[in-house]
Write a protein that binds this ligand. Structure first.
Ligand code: XIL
Length: 370
């Protein structure tokens, strides 16, 4: 079956090119192929580009799950002038429903998207505001969310706290020892949604990633001892070509996470090429090779239930936006997604599709590797 698909893909792609094959709709998209091993595949989107081509067609073809890139974040809902604007978030939710895709909620609490007015709040006022915000947001979409990222990016060993937590407006005003309460509030507001903790820098084979893996696991163990209602560890997976990758180390960590009873979701996958020196073909090949290794590793672990790309094409990727810092020395834009700026599939697309199709182990909710 899977081999047949690969042959079919190869044949169709040779005749029509990937773009033609996708347009012709003669083969399953990424979401359909992932579903065969019991997994979901999808993308984060913003209303600004999700209603234009080529994204409209790519989502129709490939999206089994949708995340709002920014629309469900606190300071996106609450503008500078106060008030609450759910229109963009509602639009993303409606889009997911129209596509027949699952919806990931992102994110109920995150230090980067706390409204500016609260930076100077008292702790009591902050707790009141965060609680009200979380309740309203989770209740609004209750029953429609597959998984909520309850809390985002609170681990940071670089800050040298004994608990490994990040110094931020959240640790200061909500309190790091009270993070489990966010999960309790989320569970009460939307009992059907799976609840995730979402983190970056857990994927690659670098000492700072290992530190983040240890600190995250320690925190999760403590939360679970306190009976925190949490189901999922979200791996953002903003990968970088300049960092080492070890499938074995990642899989061992997936083991540790699944021993805790949690499943794994890849929540924001992309591959940065800021340091790569070479022409576009060489760069695309290197990016594809990392996608291939990473997705293949994920597809070999029974705890991995979902893969979500961050943005859809190289035209809408966040890594090239003005405020994101890292740049290529030659000034060229980075090419971190599966589709080029015209929406044409790149080698990374084929690598991902083939790795999804070859999934060696299906997702199994409570399974561990033998
Ligand atoms: C990013 C968005 O893509 C940007 O548009 C925004 O300016 C900042 O946030 N980790 C996360 C995501 O959890 O919410 C971030 O998204 C990327 C890093």
């Amino acid at each position: 079956m899977q081999r047949r698909d690969l042959l079919q893909w190869a044949g169709v792609a040779a005749g029509l090119g990937w773009a033609g094959a996708l347009q012709a709709g003669t083969v399953d998209g990424l979401g359909g192929v992932a579903a065969r091993s019991g997994r979901d595949f999808g993308f984060s989107i913003a209303p600004g580009y999700a209603n234009d081509e080529p994204v409209v067609s790519l989502l129709a073809r490939h999206a089994g799950v949708i995340t709002a890139e920014n629309a469900m974040k606190w300071s996106a809902i609450e503008g500078f002038l106060g008030g609450r604007n759910f229109a963009p978030a509602d639009a993303v939710a409606a889009k997911a429903a129209r596509l027949g895709a699952k919806l990931r909620g992102h994110t109920l609490a995150w230090h980067q998207m706390v409204p500016a007015r609260l930076a100077v709040a008292t702790s009591a006022d902050f707790v009141k505001a965060q609680t009200a915000h979380l309740r309203e947001l989770a209740t609004r979409y209750a029953g429609r969310i597959h998984t909520w990222d309850v809390l985002n990016e609170v681990v940071n060993p670089d800050d040298k706290r004994s608990d490994g937590l990040r110094e931020s407006v959240l640790s200061r005003l909500w309190g790091g020892e009270r993070y489990p309460e966010l999960f309790e509030l989320a569970r009460a507001a939307d009992p059907q949604a799976k609840l995730a903790y979402n983190e970056y820098g857990l994927e690659q084979d670098e000492p700072w990633c290992e530190q983040r893996r240890r600190a995250t696991l320690r925190m999760l163990e403590q939360w679970l001892q306190r009976k925190t209602p949490i189901d999922v560890l979200g791996f953002q997976a903003h990968l970088d070509l300049s960092r080492k990758f070890s499938p074995e180390k990642l899989l061992r960590y997936f083991d540790e996470v699944s021993y805790l009873g949690l499943t794994v979701q890849i929540t924001e996958l992309d591959v940065r090429d800021a340091q790569f020196v070479g022409d576009i073909e060489a760069c695309d090949a290197a990016v594809a090779a990392l996608y291939q290794e990473f997705v293949q590793a994920c597809m070999s672990h029974p705890a991995v239930e979902m893969l979500v790309m961050w943005n859809v094409t190289d035209a809408d990727t966040w890594v090239n936006r003005a405020r994101q810092g890292q740049r290529r020395a030659d000034g060229a834009p980075m090419r971190p997604t599966l589709f080029d700026i015209e929406g044409k599939p790149k080698p990374a697309f084929a690598a991902t599709l083939q790795s999804l199709a070859k999934a060696s182990t299906p997702f199994a909710k409570h399974a561990q590797r033998g």
